[in-house]
Design a protein around this ligand. Structure first.
Ligand code: ADP
Length: 226
């Protein structure tokens, strides 16, 4: 077991997972995270900046980290691009490395993680390697027709916002991500939010849930269970 050299990690995206395992004890003792899960288009990317602003978390979006890797033009990035086009989920190891780097390179110790874990393998790998369980999971529940409508209107030039890929992504979500939500539900860690409401109404409820764990702007943890 080794440890991560922070400066080296900052200069390179190639942190090895043995090092991650070694450093995980230290990290898991200090770090807390919330997972934000929900179908594509359920509003995760819309709500997370509000959570950051209000509670002082650092935002980590698995999709953004993967996109940055694609844009770096690396071999890893090319493989990710191909998976994305096909609406598939990339391997846990790839995404966890990117999340791990981002956590190590942040001064903050509180993270809101958007769009990860996408499947049970992601979840188990994250918990085993990083040795961190989320404080809780926000689950944005939204009907399929609304998700499709929002994604078709999203207009951000994303290669995966076309109807064929949307249908594949929804299938992956139902088959692979819902079991993760079920897993955390069985551990009493899921807060289901009705995401089929206005952005303001959704955030109002999100704020209520998070406030029970974290107080105010600094986001200091308070140990009251909901
Ligand atoms: P996700 O990150 O879950 O894929 P986004 O936050 O990118 O979803 O939202 C998808 C699209 O739906 C965006 O165009 C966004 O502006 C819009 N959107 C997000 N939340 C709502 C909402 N509560 N009501 C209507 N449209 C929304």
């Amino acid at each position: 077991m080794g440890s991560i050299d922070k400066d080296n990690a900052a200069n390179s995206r190639t942190v090895n997972l043995n090092a991650a395992e070694g450093a995980s004890d230290r990290l898991s003792n200090e770090v807390s995270c919330i997972f934000v899960l929900g179908g594509p288009g359920s509003g995760k990317g819309t709500q997370c900046p509000r959570i950051v602003e209000h509670f002082g978390f650092t935002y980590l979006c698995a999709g953004d980290l993967l996109q940055a890797e694609i844009e770096s033009g690396s071999e890893n990035g090319k493989m990710i691009q191909q998976y994305k086009k096909e609406g598939k989920i990339v391997s846990s190891e790839v995404t966890i490395k990117l999340l791990w780097n981002a956590m190590q390179n942040s001064e903050n110790r509180k993270f809101v993680i958007d769009g990860f874990p996408r499947n049970e393998e992601n979840r188990a790998a994250f918990e085993n390697i990083i040795q961190l369980e989320p404080d809780f999971v926000l689950f944005f529940d939204c009907p399929e027709e609304e998700l499709i409508k929002r994604l078709l209107n999203r207009n951000q030039g994303r290669v995966d916002d076309n109807i064929n890929t949307i249908i594949k992504r929804l299938r992956v979500y139902f088959d692979s991500t819902l079991p993760v939500i079920d897993y955390y539900s069985s551990r009493g860690k899921v807060y289901k939010i009705d995401a089929n409401r206005s952005v303001e109404e959704v955030f109002y409820e999100v704020k209520n849930v998070i406030s029970k764990y974290y107080s105010g702007k600094q986001g200091e943890k308070i140990f009251t269970q909901i």
